[in-house]
Design a protein around this ligand. Structure first.
Ligand code: GLU
Length: 510
């Protein structure tokens, strides 16, 4: 079944691919090229991660390239450090970039603020073929138009006045040094386009908007223009981006036409919503990718979580851990739902538990986990560490991890207060010598030595009850004594349970 789906998936993409390139005039590459094009205005959040991930999966499924492009033409909104943080977050999530600011490629630079001379060259083409024009309207005039429209309860839009200036008037104003920006002439004859997710889309942008500014007075392009020029020059074949951009796509297609370029294919990804249907906000601290990392979420758990709802995969709804390779194989853009996707927060920890089990299965990642647990313990118990009281032997940590894998959701669960006995060796200063108890301890030691396997809780409970009858000691006193011996604690989890967790070797040691 899986194999059939795989074939189906790829056959669809393949025919699409052939059709696409046979129509194409300007693409010389036959390779699928997709890009993730964030603006560095903040840190990566779940919506951005999903967009990046779907681009990545699409690229890998089609043996194509995944490009990172930084869209930083709005210099006023840049958040310092966010590009590096974004690159780190993508890497942490397992999305390898083929070309980008940090990975040289043939289509660079990959940061828009380093491409201003390119935009200058291409804006001239649109000015020359009369698809764009200088606009001299002042902020004052534009504000006035806006206010008038609002008063009349209409959607404010530029009235395209400067479109009708003569060449002589334009030259005159430019010669006089009047400030201007450049606007693109919207037309009403934009054909519909086939959205890979939403199907046929028709939207008359000229009816709803005034001519958009494509180059600002400061010589920086706006998003729409730079985005189109770069997607073309970078040979982008498929644009997969958030649905909030769908309304701009006809505008972009008009620009491709004005250049006489073939537009790429477009697919828009539906909104990601909170489980209650409210919008995910970039400002919610807890949805930054780095906050998941800091909370002990495994990258692949987060990936499974964002792909849990919303479709996009040839798979059933069974909750299980999918590796990146499996997701690549099962990804099918045709199966992305076109209605908004609601995240299910309760699934995140469940996926984290599955990811943890997966890490424990593999010897290499298990070794990494052991190191991580060790570091966590040292950080959490600095005093005990100094006194040499931490039990951080690799075999011990390994036993604990294997025991815990079905029971915990995060590594930090191993450091809940009632688990401190796992890591801190008991000090016997509060034990008073008692012959009966000493005798029991010896018998227990002999018994444990003879056991081949670690004893289970229920079995231990029976043995300990027998001991208390045989040695004529109250069960409760025996438990108190053993708890002290094994954990140094007067209160804590059940003794038999604690003994099961610690395992034979550790019990003998203690
Ligand atoms: N810079 C845009 C953003 O931050 C990119 C939109 C697109 O992919 O075209 O979402």
């Amino acid at each position: 079944m899986l194999f059939l789906n795989y074939v189906k998936n790829h056959a669809i993409i393949f025919t699409k691919h052939v059709r696409y390139f046979s129509n194409s005039k300007s693409f010389h590459s036959k390779i699928v090229r997709v890009r993730f094009a964030p603006s560095p205005t903040g840190f990566l959040h779940l919506g951005g991660l999903r967009t990046a991930l779907f681009n990545y999966l699409f690229a890998r499924a089609n043996k194509g390239k995944f490009i990172l492009r930084i869209e930083d033409t709005d210099q006023t909104r840049i958040v310092p450090e966010s590009v590096q943080q974004l690159i780190n977050d993508l890497k942490w999530a397992g999305l390898e970039i083929d070309e980008g600011p940090n990975v040289p490629g043939a289509y660079g630079p990959y940061t828009q603020s380093q491409r201003t001379d390119i935009y200058q060259k291409y804006i001239k083409i649109l000015l020359e073929n009369k698809s764009a024009y200088h606009c001299f309207c002042t902020d004052r005039r534009l504000n006035l138009i806006r206010r008038e429209a609002l008063k009349a309860r209409e959607i404010p839009k530029y009235d395209n006045r400067c479109r009708y200036l003569t060449d002589a008037q334009v030259t005159d104003k430019l010669n006089k040094g009047e400030k201007s920006c450049i606007r693109f002439k919207l037309r009403s004859d934009c054909e519909t386009f086939e959205d890979l997710v939403y199907g046929n889309i028709a939207y008359d942008v000229a009816l709803n908007e005034g001519d958009p500014v494509i180059m600002k007075g400061d010589g920086y392009p706006t998003y729409h223009f730079a985005n189109v020029v770069d997607d073309h020059l970078m040979d982008i074949t498929h644009v997969l981006r958030g649905v909030e951009w769908q309304i701009s796509t006809t505008k972009h297609i008009l620009m491709y036409r004005a250049f006489n370029w073939e537009p790429p294919k477009f697919g828009h990804l539906p909104l990601l919503l909170n489980s209650d249907g409210t919008k995910l906000s970039k400002r919610q601290g807890d949805i930054h990718i780095s906050s998941f990392r800091e909370a002990g979420i495994f990258p692949q758990a987060l990936i499974n979580f964002v792909t849990h709802s919303g479709g996009g995969f040839d798979r059933d709804s069974e909750l299980r851990h999918y590796s990146m390779a499996e997701l690549i194989e099962l990804f099918n853009i045709k199966r992305v739902n076109s209605h908004s996707t609601r995240l299910m927060p309760e699934k995140l920890l469940e996926y984290n538990r599955l990811a943890l089990m997966n890490e424990i299965k593999n010897e290499n990642s298990l070794n990494n986990l052991i190191t991580e647990v060790k570091n966590m313990a040292i950080k959490l118990y600095p005093k005990e560490n100094e006194k040499g009281l931490l039990q951080l032997n690799e075999n011990h940590i390994r036993t604990i991890l294997v025991w815990a894998q079905n029971r915990i959701h995060k590594l930090s669960d191993l450091f809940a207060p009632n688990f401190s006995f796992l890591w801190i060796l008991p000090t016997i200063s509060n034990l008073t010598y008692d012959e009966k108890l000493y005798d029991i301890a010896l018998s227990l030691q002999i018994m444990l030595k003879n056991e081949k396997e670690n004893l289970k809780k229920d079995h231990l409970n029976i043995i300990l009850r027998d001991f208390s009858v045989e040695k004529q000691i109250r069960f409760i006193d025996l438990m108190k004594f053993l708890r002290l011996v094994f954990s140094g604690l007067e209160k804590g989890p059940g003794v038999a349970e604690m003994m099961e967790i610690l395992g034979k070797n550790e019990l003998l040691l203690r």
